[in-house]
Design a protein around this ligand. Structure first.
Ligand code: OXD
Length: 311
């Protein structure tokens, strides 16, 4: 079996197969278009589409991204199995989410601005210790709601709980996951009304487009904080900017945007009280080689694959 692996990550594969490294920015060379397995990581959309067109013997696409949306949109034949990198990013994304949450809650953006101006921020000092802001600059006692309660949320929740946050989740179906009370997404008004921090880990799919919209921001507790480490497509960015400008949201931090890289002319750059990071939360998959080895062995043995999302 021939496996094509991307030149964007170092892998140590032990699979019983011919392993060929390919350049994600170029078309797959003609001599390797007989590959049965394609591993993808940070592939541009147009090259994924040409791989989908050119690889006629393909049986499995293993993306190392937690969110398989780019591969699902590339046009691979319906009989090609697609597996996600679910779980490879749990630690890194949870850590980055925690950094963004703390940065937004404690308003490190304001302090960074003051530092750039060589200014001791007396306004911030007064605001942070004022009786009226008790509870606003801390996670202790804060109600944090995680929307999209999969394996990353399972890693993030205990970190937040350790800091004293009350964590609840939203997912397609209600239940207790990783010890956290998860609400069904058709019943969230009461939950959002008492949410201090809304964290989105929602994947991109037709049904989640613009999920976080003016209605959602309007349902949140006034002055809540919003953090997105899921997918940009799930947020109505105009509504986000409006909510920041009106003060409905006290602050926000986003690692993902509808258009990436974010264009110089995007209004998001100038939105007040918004921190932006360039899609770096899950920039380094952990355990990728073991997942590929396992799925290649399963494919060869005709066994069910891990993280299969299509076919
Ligand atoms: C992912 C990502 O899906 O990095 O893994 O966004």
């Amino acid at each position: 079996m021939k496996i094509l692996v991307p030149n964007t990550i170092e892998l140590q594969l032990h699979a019983d197969a011919e392993v060929v490294v390919y350049d994600v920015t170029a078309d797959i060379p003609t001599g390797h278009r007989d590959a049965e397995v394609l591993v993808t990581w940070q592939n541009p959309a147009d090259r994924l589409a040409s791989a989908a067109r050119d690889l006629g013997a393909l049986r499995l696409v293993q993306t190392l991204a937690a969110g398989p949306d780019a591969v699902l949109a590339a046009g691979f034949a319906p009989d090609v199995r697609i597996c996600s990198g679910r779980s490879l990013h749990d630690g890194p994304v949870a850590e980055h989410a925690l950094a963004l949450i703390l940065g937004a809650v404690r308003r490190l953006d304001l302090l960074h601005d003051a530092q750039q101006e060589r200014r001791w921020d007396t306004e911030y000092i007064a605001a942070q210790s004022a009786p009226a802001t008790r509870g606003a600059f801390t996670l202790a006692g804060a109600h944090v709601t995680i929307w999209g309660f999969g394996s990353i949320a399972g890693a993030l929740a205990p970190l937040l709980q350790l800091l004293g946050a009350e964590v609840r989740g939203i997912a397609r179906s209600a239940g207790i996951r990783s010890g956290v009370e998860v609400h069904a997404d058709d019943d969230i008004a009461a939950l959002l009304a008492e949410t201090d921090v809304l964290v989105s880990l929602v994947p991109a799919a037709p049904e989640t487009a613009d999920l976080a919209d003016a209605r959602v921001f309007g349902m949140l507790k006034p002055g809540a904080v919003f953090v997105n480490v899921g997918r940009g497509a799930t947020v109505d960015e105009e509504a986000l900017i409006d909510a920041l400008e009106s003060g409905a949201l006290r602050a926000a931090a986003i690692d993902v945007m509808k258009t990436e890289p974010l264009g110089e002319d995007s209004p998001l750059w100038a939105a007040p009280n918004l921190m932006i990071t360039p899609h770096v939360a899950g920039n380094r998959p952990v355990g990728a080689s073991a997942l590929i080895d396992d799925n290649v062995a399963r494919l060869a043995a005709g066994e069910p694959l891990r993280n299969q999302v299509a076919r």
